[in-house]
Ligand binder design. Sequence first.
Ligand code: AHR
Length: 678
Amino acid sequence: MKKTPLIQPVILAIATGALFHAAPPAAAAAAAQTHTLTVRADAPGKPISPDLFGIFFEDINYSADGGLYAELIQNRSFQYSPLDNPEWTAFSFWDLIKRGKASGGWALEAAAPLHPDNPHYLVLETTNPGDGFGVSNPGFDGIAVKAGETYDVSFFARQLYMDRRWARRDRIDTKPMPVTVRLETKDGEVLCEAPLQIETAGWKRFTATLVPARTDDNARFILLMKAAGGLALDEISLFPRNTFRNHPNGLRADLAQIIADMHPKFIRFPGGCLAHGNGLVNMYRWKDTIGPIEQRRGQPNIWRYHQSAGIGYFEYFQFCEDIGAKPLPILPAAVSCQNSDHQGGTGQQCIPMEDMPAYIQEVLDLIEWANGPVTSTWGAKRAAAGHPAPFNLEYIGIGNEDAITPGFKERFKMILEAVRQKHPEITVIGTVGPSPAGRDFDEGWKFARELRVPIVDEHYYEPPRWFLDNFHRYDGYDRAGPHVYIGEYAAHDAGRKSTLRSALAEAAYMTQLERNGDVVRLASYAPLLAKIGRTQWTPDLIYFTNTKVYPTINYHVQKLFATNSGDTYLETDINDSATAGTLATSAVRDSKTGDLILKLVNTGTAAQPLTIKLAGANAKSFAPEAALTVLTGDPAAENTPANPAPILPRTVQIQIAETFPYEAPPNSLTVIRLRTTP
Ligand code: AHR
């Protein structure tokens, strides 16, 4: 560090062109008492979890189907049913088209399916194709397409032969069936189309490419038969070619990118309640979600829609790898959600004891699938899907905020012991109920201590005040274990809103997580995504439509912490009583870069003038310029679609020295990143 200049009050223009004052305006400085914040920059510090800030992904609020999963056709496999949603059938989101003198009908059949786990398919029969006979699909609230971009159509089909009495025979017709696939506007204007010839007696996959002439946010997919005859159809799919990292069966690029931008250290999936499911039949079983998409078993989504399993375990692991996050799968602890109401069923249901050996094997097989050599049974399946290298799975969660019942305990223990014995290298994460206190929490912790579970998963959704009042929650936790994964948390402001107030309460709390990063190993805000107009749960971190993405203020807090994390915690000597409990601070060092990162959260309504002292830093410790990022504004402010970005982080470069002044604005999070000199 340079000894000479102590502070340059106003330094560089920020990206937006505005200026940020590193030194307090004189009037404000006079008004409040200046405290000295000493950072033990020279101390070895306390090692903390390098994986602290990750994300929680669950298919809630149309996060996967209709969201992150880039598939544009809704109900592509004709598997929708009233079990998904009482108003749905296998025909939902499909319309029969008869234009001009077209005649014919449609039916749902299951006699000769593509795969037993995908039992239904559509039959179309026409005696006269007229000006157009076929089906249309509006996607998920319309299909958004862009001019000049490529869209890949695929479907499985087989011809159905009609005899002279118009009775159907399952053998090939003498002539191929001409078909047209197209994108149309809502009013029937053709945006693009492609012809195909279907000539097959058995199921076969057909593909076409569509490039719309103009952009339309509300298009329809159309498939038309151009001659009299019959067709069986299934797995009718439309994907943008431009998916995240261009993977086939991939993720929506803009949504995946905004998640990637957070640089989460891990991704928890597939839930949430979706993991343990609505009754035993609805548990998320990972083996049903891998392999060719037409062979995956879709099922009702506990949040009252349908899960196609189009994003399955392969896609989750691949996304983790793409963005450098560790996979954190949550497997059911062989019990269903305690709130299950499946077909009138009641509460938590347990896998029968005679089926437990097979279930435990399923858990062990996942580890082999993720990490095993290509010569192993399940490693070979991973390789067949295009990923011979292991995925390096380190963590496995068993259970999701389950009621801690005798049935749960017995099964959890069996699974834990089997994983411990066969895979001691895997860290098992247990569960301690849905709340930060109470019967399941206490029982869960007692049980976890008895079994010496390495990490347990705590969940809480509470008002902002709770987060501030619980600022010392983990200071007294037993370091000997179990350690903690805060698998779901969010500050819910009045009206379940995502305000700056809630974001700052989370930020203040997150400084505590860094301070206690030796015992709190992982933390993830929940839920991550929500499609506007299709939410079952608010608040969420990122809202979206078919064409736009709206990160909340809370998203920016999560991103600032995850992109400014460290692996060593450094003591700071200011205490909350000195600042009337409104200033939370933490300082971490990132050993990869050597950077020291200081976070200051001022939840008070007055500016907080500080003198920041880097104790023990020598003349060459840090570059004279540091990046200073501030998030501040009206505590009631929200980033909404109508006003998407009133509160954004702003970064400036400041000059620093061993001692420098800084005034933390009212209602603010500040991150100061000090770089070591090369
Ligand atoms: O995050 C939403 C839901 O909250 C999760 O599915 C569940 O685990 C919790 O109750």
